[in-house]
Design a protein around this ligand. Sequence first.
Ligand SMILES: [Zn+2]
Length: 101
Amino acid sequence: MNFRVGAVVFSNNEVLGQGFNFFSCWNESNRRVSVHAEMHSISGLRHDVVRNTEMVVVRINKRNEPKNCNPCPKCMKMLARKGIRKVYCPQENGDIKVFYP
Ligand SMILES: [Zn+2]
């Protein structure tokens, strides 16, 4: 993997879950299926625990340098469904982009 992505879901300064991106399996067309950090970070958490929380998503390259990141449309949909209010994504220029799923 050229990039690693990590996600932390939190509420009121309490960390509820954390996750990272990884390849989980091969599909029928012989393509690798990846689990995204956003999905991984909330897996196993009850719906009422995840509701009204916030998340930080960080993407780094092989040299551990922060790279621009945006949650993909699939994750944004899933985050909206789960009731996550805000997603913070640090960018390579030091800015923090905020998304409202
Ligand atoms: Zn995604």
